[in-house]
Design a protein around this ligand. Structure first.
Ligand SMILES: Cc1cc2nc3c(=O)[nH]c(=O)nc-3n(C[C@H](O)[C@H](O)[C@H](O)COP(=O)(O)O)c2cc1C
Length: 180
């Protein structure tokens, strides 16, 4: 397991008593301008150094990722006063057993959102928003985003000077200490 993945898993478990964490995922719009939004990281996978996020195929981030399949994910771990930034390519997974397992693992109200009207479109009065959807075959709107970081940075504010570290895949994941 890479050093950064191990640290992140320990920190997330300590912070939230779970392996789930919310972070900000940044992508680039087709006109070159940035977009960022909060997402839940559903799984940390030490076997291939990936992080899994689920999303709606109709959301803007999908067309952004189709045009430029790269993203940066940022976490703030409040108790440890630590920031993690992870950037790299994103694979969009629309079938397979891992995606189906994640779908079945969602609660009924989270599954229902994938049957709501077009995300980001102007809301039409009288539109229907399903409240609960039971497990079953995942709909085509349900997409698994697999982020495979190539560069990871950690910034720790508990120390003075702050400790800023960088790991890069191209460098065999060797840790480098940077100026904060
Ligand atoms: C705490 C929190 C967690 C969220 N988790 C997700 C998520 O896991 N996946 C997702 O697609 N959107 C999630 N959202 C909604 C996104 O922030 C965003 O509003 C939505 O995905 C549309 O983004 P887009 O138009 O840039 O594609 C979450 C929002 C919040 C506030």
């Amino acid at each position: 397991m890479t050093e950064w993945m191990q640290e992140l898993i320990v920190l997330v478990e300590a912070e939230f008593h779970s392996k789930r964490i919310v972070g900000s995922l940044a992508t680039v719009e087709t006109d070159g301008t940035p977009r960022s939004r909060m997402v839940i990281v559903r799984s940390f996978n030490p076997s291939d150094n990936t992080l899994w996020i689920t999303t709606d195929s109709r959301s803007d981030k999908m067309s952004q990722l189709e045009a430029r399949p790269f993203a940066e994910l940022v976490f703030w771990l409040l108790n440890e006063r630590q920031q993690f930034r992870l950037r790299g390519p994103v694979e969009m997974v629309r079938d397979g057993s891992a995606r189906q397992e994640l779908w079945n693992g969602l609660n009924d109200s989270s599954r229902a959102m994938f049957f709501w009207p077009m995300p980001g479109a102007v809301r039409v009065p009288g539109s229907e928003f399903a409240k609960a959807v039971a497990p079953g075959p995942a709909p085509q709107e349900f997409v698994l985003l697999v982020l495979k970081p190539q560069i990871v940075e950690a910034l720790e504010l508990n120390e003075s000077p702050h400790r800023r570290r960088r790991w890069s895949e191209a460098d065999g994941w060797r840790m480098e200490l940077l100026n904060p």
